[in-house]
Design a protein around this ligand. Structure first.
Ligand SMILES: O=P(O)(O)OC[C@H]1O[C@@H](O)[C@H](O)[C@@H](O)[C@@H]1O
Length: 306
């Protein structure tokens, strides 16, 4: 690790935890108002804890699947360049490649208003296996922005090849909730969704989503803002996206959770994934030489606050 970066991180009250997750470093930022952890393995924002509160992001005690494409369930995995199963290669991992490779830490500093900034990067040329599996040159960046009020993830993908690159994607955010039975997702009333737990049938959302149990839905052409209300924690999370046409809601429910060995049986009770995505009808091409940005901003507030 570059000495300048380590110094920049120290100025922010940060540190590197060497080779701590799947043989990759983790970056830890401890500030008076929050603690954030970023894993370079998979380029995950793993954890964001505002001082005096519980994590905004879910953490599983399960170490996750083993092997090259084993998955862990926590934080904000990035699904890119495909969301779900690969359309032509059934042996390729679900949810793309970005989640399974080591990203590079390239910048630590502050925004003008004092918010903490961390930048990480992944390029196709960094790993021969990426080049084998995906026939386009690219560079990805994630700019993380932290303050005591919440966090932002600004994900950008540059197509460095000379042909259009087909993309489906998600910031597959595992939000921590005290109890999925009482948690509510607001802001999707009237939006059409594809229900993957009902053979892909379409339906229209009526009112809020609660309980957040056994859900696998892609809301199409979804609004940019939604909220998770958590009566148990008396907290609400306001989620604002940009560059995202779809919002995915996912919770495996009891039966599926128990079938999975990469998850604890009752993990599903403590998270709901609300994902800034472009999936199904909302997939798109990044033109040759073009860039696309996908952003998610999350603020926490007391439930009683307007
Ligand atoms: O890859 P993970 O983290 O286990 O998540 C899997 C789930 O991710 C969701 O985004 C999909 O909509 C589900 O269909 C899928 O089962």
């Amino acid at each position: 690790m570059d000495g300048r970066l380590i110094q920049e991180l120290e100025v922010l009250g940060g540190e590197i935890r060497p080779a701590s997750l799947k043989k990759c470093d983790e970056i830890i930022i401890d500030q008076p108002g929050f603690r954030a952890v970023i894993a370079l393995w998979g380029g995950h924002l793993e954890s964001f804890i505002p001082t005096g509160q519980e994590d905004l992001l879910f953490q599983s005690n399960n170490e996750g699947g083993e092997g090259r494409f084993g998955r862990r369930h926590f934080g904000v995995p990035v699904c890119w360049p495909w969301f779900g199963a690969n359309e032509t290669q059934s042996d390729f991992p679900a949810h793309g490649l970005a989640r399974y490779f080591r990203w590079e830490f390239i910048e630590a500093g502050r925004f003008k208003n004092g918010d903490v900034k961390i930048v990480i990067r992944l390029a196709s040329e960094d790993h021969p296996l990426i080049e084998e599996m995906w026939p386009f040159a690219f560079e990805l960046r994630q700019v993380f922005r932290f303050s005591s009020k919440g966090f932002r993830v600004n994900f950008s993908a540059a197509n460095l090849s000379d042909k259009p690159m087909p993309i489906s994607e998600a910031l597959h955010t595992y939000f921590h909730v005290s109890d999925n039975q009482t948690a509510e997702v607001h802001g999707l009333d009237g939006v059409t969704y594809v229900n993957k737990f009902d053979e892909g049938r379409q339906a229209e959302q009526s009112g809020m989503v609660s309980p957040c149990d056994t859900l696998d839905r892609v809301y199409l052409s979804a609004p940019e803002q939604c909220e998770i209300h958590d009566p148990g924690l008396q907290r609400k999370l306001v989620i604002v996206t940009e560059g995202s046409q779809s919002t995915v809601l996912w919770n495996p429910g009891k039966k599926l959770a128990e079938q999975r060995t990469d998850m604890e049986d009752d993990d599903y009770r403590h998270f709901v994934c609300v994902e800034a995505a472009n999936a199904l009808n909302n997939t798109y091409d990044i033109p040759a030489g073009g860039i696309h940005q996908l952003k998610m901003k999350v603020k926490h507030k007391p439930l009683s606050e307007e």
